[in-house]
Design a protein around this ligand. Structure first.
Ligand code: SF4
Ligand code: SF4
Length: 325
């Protein structure tokens, strides 16, 4: 789809006008603070806007012999637009939406919040050293037909907004639009190739590979990677109160030793090896085998923040070599 153009001022002014309705992720804010208003409300990760780190799902009270259930009421001033990077948008559209907005059993809170928010994807001018998005089917210019796409280009923003979600009065410049598309295509050609198409199946067959032990030993299972990962969505449900109380959901992490601890005290993932294997297998085998997309968007956040430099890209590349032997 050929895009149009808008000035930085148009975008800046629009965001100023819609202030309160526009939220931006910390990573997008860091990258584009020089072009976008600096005082937009930020969220650490896109997922936490729709899938809160902790919240009351409903209240319950026993009145006589009847349980009265009161659903959580949404905050009335929920944002309408979320500005984010391509990998963050892919994580929402192809992982958390897929998990929480199923047709038969959607997560009602997630679905309600998500349906009211338009994603404004701002393509990456600069590719970070830790990023490996091209390996997993993403790119610095990844877009989606239901979202708005912006890319800074020679003093303007290149804009794709097929559904006209932003009222910005863009102008056309077919030659310039062609130059942008050529730049996207040429840059993508320089990026590492995607993982082999049959990698999820092959990795599945390597569940018992002794290499997992070697891959896992220096991870300290702190869980920081899973909390900041845009695609991790494990959570617990707990109740607080007997005859009257709250049902709460809180984020959890498959890296924690107690994550799979049974009431019998048996733990099917007793050591770091099983926990690391689970994290990698879920993202690179189980999830894509069920849903066709990888459960990792190659954002590199976990590589940046890991206190012991455990590197998922190195592990995946090591497993690619191993399965192809
Ligand atoms: S990979 Fe790093 S950040 Fe993740 S649990 Fe292990 S030590 Fe913590
Ligand atoms: S690179 Fe790390 S943080 Fe980013 S999606 Fe993949 S596993 Fe999650």
């Amino acid at each position: 789809m050929k895009g149009k153009f808008v000035t930085h001022e148009q975008v800046f002014t629009w965001m100023e006008r819609e202030r309160g309705l526009v939220v931006i992720t910390e990573r997008a804010q860091k990258k584009y603070h020089h072009l976008l208003p600096s005082h937009l409300i930020t969220v650490k990760t896109a997922k936490e806007l729709f899938f809160s780190p902790w919240e009351a799902v409903y209240r319950y009270t026993l009145q006589g012999k009847t349980w009265v259930i009161e659903e959580k009421v949404e905050h009335s001033s929920f944002p309408s637009f979320l500005v984010l990077l391509p990998c963050e948008a892919k994580a929402i559209l192809e992982v958390t939406d897929v998990n929480f907005m199923t047709e038969d059993t959607p997560d009602l809170g997630y679905a309600r919040r998500r349906r009211g928010v338009t994603l404004i994807i701002v393509g990456c001018e600069r590719i970070e050293q830790t990023c490996f998005c091209s390996l997993v089917g993403c790119s610095p210019f990844w877009r989606h037909r239901e979202s708005v796409f912006l890319f800074p280009w020679k003093g303007h923003f290149y804009l794709e907004d097929g559904e006209e979600k932003l009222s910005l009065s863009p102008f056309e410049d077919p030659q310039k639009a062609q130059a942008v598309e050529t730049f996207f295509a040429e840059t993508i050609c320089t990026l590492p190739l995607p993982l082999p198409a049959n990698f999820p199946e092959k990795l599945y067959a390597h569940f018992d590979d002794p290499l997992w032990q070697k891959m896992a030993w220096h991870c300290v299972n702190c869980g920081a990677c899973t909390y900041l990962c845009p695609t991790c969505y494990c959570f617990d449900l707990s109740v607080d109160g007997k005859l009257r109380g709250l049902t709460l959901h809180t984020w959890d992490s498959c890296m924690f030793p107690k994550f799979t601890l049974h009431a019998s005290s048996h733990n099917p993932r007793p050591t770091g090896k099983e926990r690391v294997r689970q994290r990698v297998m879920h993202k690179f085998s189980y999830f894509p085998l069920r849903n066709k997309y990888y459960g990792c968007v190659g954002c590199g956040v976990c590589r940046e923040i890991c206190p012991v430099n455990w590197d998922i890209k190195e592990v995946v590349e090591g497993m690619v070599r191993q399965v192809e032997r």
